[in-house]
Ligand binder design. Structure first.
Ligand SMILES: [Zn+2]
Length: 283
């Protein structure tokens, strides 16, 4: 799919906290980025370290929610956090589903955004000055690889990926989307004192990286998995007014863990391909 150029009108230091309506919450994004940064090659680790703002103190995880923080300030970025699919189809089709639903502009969704920022980052280390802000490209890419692994980021168009479905999470009213962004992870912390650092080791055998044709990133595949998981796990038994308690939590948290771990492993794999390629190009 073609990349498109996006003019960025804010700088990284412009941080405005707004309620997070879509995307893993801060914990989920931090987990994905922490897993990812821990698995970088030396070339990629060096590039990430140079691109991060100094205030990050070389912790990618501390910056991974920045695209959510600024989405109200840069409204064009809102459509890039997800790729909702046709209702009840349970699969992702790029031509059909990668479209900004508000404007009808095609090729504006999380899948195209990942391809776009991957292409921007490929300019790192080249002799010509990049036209892009590669720090922002790194933060967007890291955030969107997290988002695309949240199943309800490839939920249905008509309910905005579960944002219009109100459920009871134990005894609190929540949007279904929020249950998957935050509540399942928070409940894991409370119940199990979950060790997310050890998450990848525990489920590693289930994590695969399918990028084919020597592609540097393969987001359409991740979107297809999420679309399938949204039907199989997120929407199932979670209609308007449903009570979601232990039965739902205990059967879904392993899916959340797997998607977080996949997000981290694939973020690392993508960054390693990007920066190893460029590293090879400049020596
Ligand atoms: Zn997001």
């Amino acid at each position: 799919m073609g990349s498109y150029r996006i003019e960025i009108v804010v700088i990284v230091s412009l941080m405005v906290l707004v309620p997070n309506a879509k995307g893993w919450g801060k914990d989920g994004h931090a987990i994905v980025c922490k897993i990812g940064q821990g698995r970088l090659s030396s070339a990629a680790a060096e590039a990430v370290s140079k691109l991060l703002p100094r205030s990050a103190e070389n912790e990618l995880a501390s910056q991974c929610s920045w695209p959510d923080d600024v989405r109200k300030v840069i409204p064009w970025s809102s459509a890039l956090h997800f790729a909702d699919t046709a209702d009840s189809v349970c699969s992702y089709d790029h031509t059909r589903d990668c479209v900004d639903q508000r404007t009808g502009v095609k090729n504006r969704c999380v899948v195209a955004a990942i391809s776009n920022y991957t292409n921007q980052l490929l300019q790192y280390g080249t002799y010509t000055q990049s036209n892009y802000n590669l720090t922002e490209a790194l933060l967007f890419l890291s955030h969107f690889i997290g988002d695309i692994h949240q199943p309800l980021h490839c939920g249905f168009v008509s309910d905005l990926g579960g944002n219009t479905i109100n459920v009871l999470w134990y005894n609190t009213t929540q949007k279904l989307h929020r249950v998957w962004d935050d509540n399942i992870i928070e409940t894991e912390f409370e119940r199990f004192d979950e060790d997310f650092d050890g998450l990848v080791d525990a489920i590693q055998k289930n994590i695969t990286e399918h990028c084919s044709n020597n592609d540097i990133s393969c987001p359409a595949l991740y979107a297809s998995e999420s679309a399938e998981d949204s039907c199989k796990w997120a929407y199932k038994d979670a209609t308007e007014g449903s009570v979601l308690d232990d039965e739902y939590f205990l059967s879904r948290y392993p899916i959340v863990n797997l998607r977080l771990a996949q997000g981290g492993v694939r973020l690392a794999a993508t960054l390693n391909r990007i920066f190893n390629t460029k590293y090879a190009a400049v020596i």
